[in-house]
Design a protein around this ligand. Structure first.
Ligand SMILES: Cc1cc2nc3c(=O)[nH]c(=O)nc-3n(C[C@H](O)[C@H](O)[C@H](O)COP(=O)(O)OP(=O)(O)OC[C@H]3O[C@@H](n4cnc5c(N)ncnc54)[C@H](O)[C@@H]3O)c2cc1C
Ligand code: SF4
Length: 787
């Protein structure tokens, strides 16, 4: 049987909206599946007392899809209009050099510019300065701060997809959809209830519907399989009908479910269902968090008023170093709705949460829930003096999205240390700006304690390349080996853009859907009507199907090139000013070896388990490189946390060469209830030979017991091996792993100071670390004897 539709689009974000619009304008029969709801005017959730009342994506409803994946926290939208519903409206084009590497042939800034112009036309972009009103307080403060820091030449006002017409008066936009002017309420990131944001449902998707596209919301695609004739069958869950499974057939499928969801769906189709077996083994690779970095500033000297004006209104470029040592990122001031002030104040408290690292995420969620639903006057007043800082930049795009072997859960493998120079510079600038505002910089606690970044701009995983050996898609976005299946969203981008990525995602989708339409129509000259300045792109084309509709719409004005606001930025020779804030880190390598015994009872009889393990030759060892990204913070924080990377070998569970430690955490001298006791914690997750997830959960108990045995205390790791990812998982073995004197002497030679080349600064850093180490040992061992 012939497929029902010419084209099926999955997802209605920046990729999906462009695809649906152009395919429908070209006269193809188009069906669109979107998992989330439509949000008509005034319908975005505002019940602050209950996170599940319309806010969080669960059981087929909710606006925010928050994924706390191992390795990365990701925030994305669910709804008709995708990320545009909750994004901060910023549209920027990446600098030309972004395309110099990693992008396939045919991509350059010049080649993409006409498509960016088209996106700018459709979304009616303009900077805050075009609003004709006084600039919001935070906008003015940022300009002053840029000047104070000697960064004025890198400061600019980015384009925003916001309608700055008169407030409260609905007026049709250029596609005939009524919109009001922005009232400056600062609620862009939780949905604009007055429709002043130029969200995709008001332009691209509206045009798609005007041209006959059939939209089905609450429809979540779960499986794609090829039909015996040309085309594909897509199975979806109908959330509007209690999760009933349904199918739809189409000649071509355009997968636009967003970076993580698109990659996950293709991974499942290839590896779980086996329906798309020819997808390249590069699927999941070249994942990028787009260098996202989140921070806050509390207690600004002067009022900041985060709830005034659109969420983001300014940008600052940082451009330092050369070649592979280049650090390039944007800093943007952020606002938040007034009602969210108390939520952020909970994050401030997150620094002092005295919980083991693996429980931090859960504890933060609990703290947020415990928060009073109604903000106190004090919280509201404090809220006027707090700011959100956002940075994004060119990271190495060297992450990987994958399904865990047995559970099939999604995970992100993200290499923090190789991206550390970027994060370190972003952190420095946040400190500088907070200081210039007379405020305290506060960092996302998941970053501080676990080195898990938050990304709202993630990209890649399903990237374009000429050959399947290097990427999943052709340069035109079609899946290598599966003709007629396309990916047109953030997943397709092969590198970080460094800037807010929506414009690039939409422009690449414009380019690639144009190529797909040309091929489908057999008409190599087809372009979007707005680009061509014709009433319908299809008007000049040969009819593709008998069912094609003829458009009677008037010709839209032709798109004209738009000036890039970043053109005004001047980068001095030698780069932008260096931060005066030192961020010095430390790194060392540690090797420990010992014995474990499986199933030993009781688990806490570590010495007995060690003895048994030794007699049976059941060794366990690890070699870890421990990185303390910021020595100041490491010393100041109660958790004294570092990143642990390396390999762990456990007899019978891993290959002899060991398994990779995945997101290991090391805590030096965590306080206990007793002043004279400390713990050093090692949490080392790894995947066993059987594909199961395991955790090496070890602690050193530093205490002054009867004998003066400082060496034994600091070198004895009481170890439990757990099957599962956290400390609540069942124990499968226990024993003791020790630091031997030769290994310790070797360890001393591995200490390296990061972030400075000054010998004095290096010596100072080592001295501070040594003093902290010895100070704790002094508290535990010496004071008890002297007091
Ligand atoms: C709080 C926040 C602020 C941001 N601010 C900015 C900004 O100012 N500027 C900027 O450029 N970017 C911003 N971003 C990022 C931007 O929103 C994303 O980069 C962009 O939306 C990605 O576009 P996309 O087409 O790849 O996917 P999305 O826009 O995420 O669209 C994917 C769509 O697919 C749907 N979907 C997912 N799975 C399925 C399925 N299985 N079946 C059917 N439908 C499915 C989703 O519900 C969604 O509607 C922000 C993001 C967030 C979270
Ligand atoms: S500031 Fe308020 S009115 Fe203006 S775009 Fe944002 S949410 Fe809409």
């Amino acid at each position: 049987m012939a497929p029902t539709y010419d084209a099926l689009v999955i997802g209605t974000g920046f990729g999906g909206a462009v695809a649906a619009c152009r395919l429908a304008q070209a006269g193809l029969s188009v069906r669109v599946l979107e998992r989330g709801l439509r949000y008509p005017k005034g319908s975005f959730p505002r019940d602050w007392s209950n996170p599940f009342n319309g806010w969080l994506w669960r059981y087929g409803q909710g606006l925010f899809d928050v994924k706390l994946l191992p390795g990365m926290s990701i925030v994305q939208a669910a709804g008709y209009g995708g990320g545009s519903l909750i994004y901060a409206n910023v549209h920027l084009r990446p600098p030309a050099e972004t395309f110099d590497s990693d992008w396939p042939e045919g991509y350059s800034r010049a080649a993409l510019d006409p498509y960016c112009d088209l996106v700018a036309y459709m979304l009616d972009l303009q900077p805050i300065t075009a609003s004709g009103r006084d600039l919001p307080t935070k906008t003015q403060r940022m300009r002053e701060v840029a000047r104070k820091l000697g960064r004025e030449q890198q400061f600019f006002y980015p384009d925003l997809a916001v309608r700055f017409a008169s407030r409260g008066e609905p007026m049709p936009n250029k596609f005939g959809v009524p919109q009001e002017g922005c009232n400056g309420c600062g609620e862009c990131d939780i949905g604009c209830n007055v429709r002043a944001k130029n969200t995709l449902d008001l332009n691209y998707l509206a045009v798609a519907e005007q041209n006959g596209a059939e939209m089905t919301t609450q429809a979540e695609a779960t499986r794609i399989e090829p039909l015996s004739s040309a085309g594909y069958r897509v199975t979806y869950t109908d959330h509007a009908a209690d999760g009933a499974p349904r199918t739809v057939d189409a000649r071509r499928v355009f997968l636009c479910a967003g970076t993580v969801n698109t990659t996950e769906l293709l991974l499942r189709c290839r590896d779980q269902w086996g329906t798309l077996p020819r997808i390249s083994d590069r699927l999941g690779c070249r994942y990028s968090a787009n260098g996202d970095f989140l921070a806050f500033a509390f207690d600004t000297r002067e009022v900041w008023d985060p709830a005034e004006g659109p969420t983001i209104t300014t940008s600052l470029v940082v451009d330092q170093g050369q070649g592979k040592d280049k650090t390039w990122f944007l800093f943007q001031e952020g606002g938040h709705p007034g009602q969210a002030a108390g939520l952020l104040q909970v994050l401030d408290l997150g620094r002092d949460l005295r919980v083991p690292a693996d429980l931090l995420q859960k504890e933060l969620v609990r703290a947020l829930r415990r928060r009073s639903p109604s903000e106190s006057d004090l919280q509201k007043q404090k809220g006027r003096f707090q700011a959100v800082f956002l940075a994004m930049g060119r990271d190495r795009a060297n992450g990987r999205l994958a399904l865990r072997p047995l559970s099939g859960d999604m995970e992100v493998r993200w290499d923090v240390p190789s991206n550390l120079p970027l994060y370190r510079t972003q952190e420095q600038l946040c400190q500088d700006i907070a200081r210039a505002l007379g405020a305290r910089a506060v960092f996302n606690p998941l970053w501080e304690r676990l080195h898990i970044p938050v990304s709202v701009h993630n990209l890649g995983g399903c990237t374009m390349a000429e050959e399947p050996a290097y990427g999943v898609l052709t340069p035109d976005g079609e899946v290598h080996g599966h003709p007629g299946l396309y990916v047109l969203d953030g997943a397709a981008l092969p590198a970080s853009t460094g800037v807010n990525p929506s414009s690039t995602i939409a422009a690449v989708a414009e380019r690639n859907v144009e190529a797909a339409i040309r091929e489908a129509l057999g008409h190599p000259g087809w372009t979007a009507p707005e680009r061509a300045g014709t009433p319908s792109g299809r008007a000049a084309a040969e009819p593709f199907r008998a069912s094609m509709r003829m458009s009677t719409r008037v010709a839209p004005p032709k798109v004209v090139p738009r000036e890039d606001p970043m053109r005004s930025v001047v980068i001095p020779e030698g780069g932008t000013v260096l931060s005066p804030t030192p961020v010095v880190g430390l790194r060392f390598t540690e090797r420990m070896r010992g014995f474990i015994h499986p199933g030993h009872e009781p688990v806490t009889d570590y010495a007995g388990a060690e003895h048994e393990g030794k007699s049976q030759g059941r060794g366990a060892e690890f070699t870890l490189t421990i990185t303390l990204t910021n020595l100041d913070r490491f010393l100041a924080e109660k958790a004294h946390a570092g990143i642990a990377q390396g390999t762990v070998h456990v007899h019978g569970l891993t290959p002899p060469g060991g398994a990779e430690v995945e997101r290991g955490v090391f805590n030096l001298f965590v306080d206990t209830d007793s002043y004279y006791e400390r713990r050093m914690l090692y949490l080392l997750p790894f995947t066993g030979l059987d594909g199961e997830q395991y955790l090496l959960d070890g602690y050193k108990h530093v205490r002054d017991d009867d004998g003066f045995d400082m060496w034994a205390d600091t070198s004895t790791l009481y170890t439990v091996i757990r099957r599962g990812g956290d400390r609540g998982s069942p124990a499968v073995a226990s024993g003791i792993i020790r630091l031997g004197m030769p290994d310790f002497l070797q360890q001393l030679t591995t200490f390296a100071v990061l972030g400075t080349t000054s010998p004095v600064a290096k010596a100072h850093a080592l001295k501070r670390f040594g003093s902290m180490f010895m100070g704790n040992l002094w508290d535990v061992f010496a004071r008890t004897k002297l007091e």
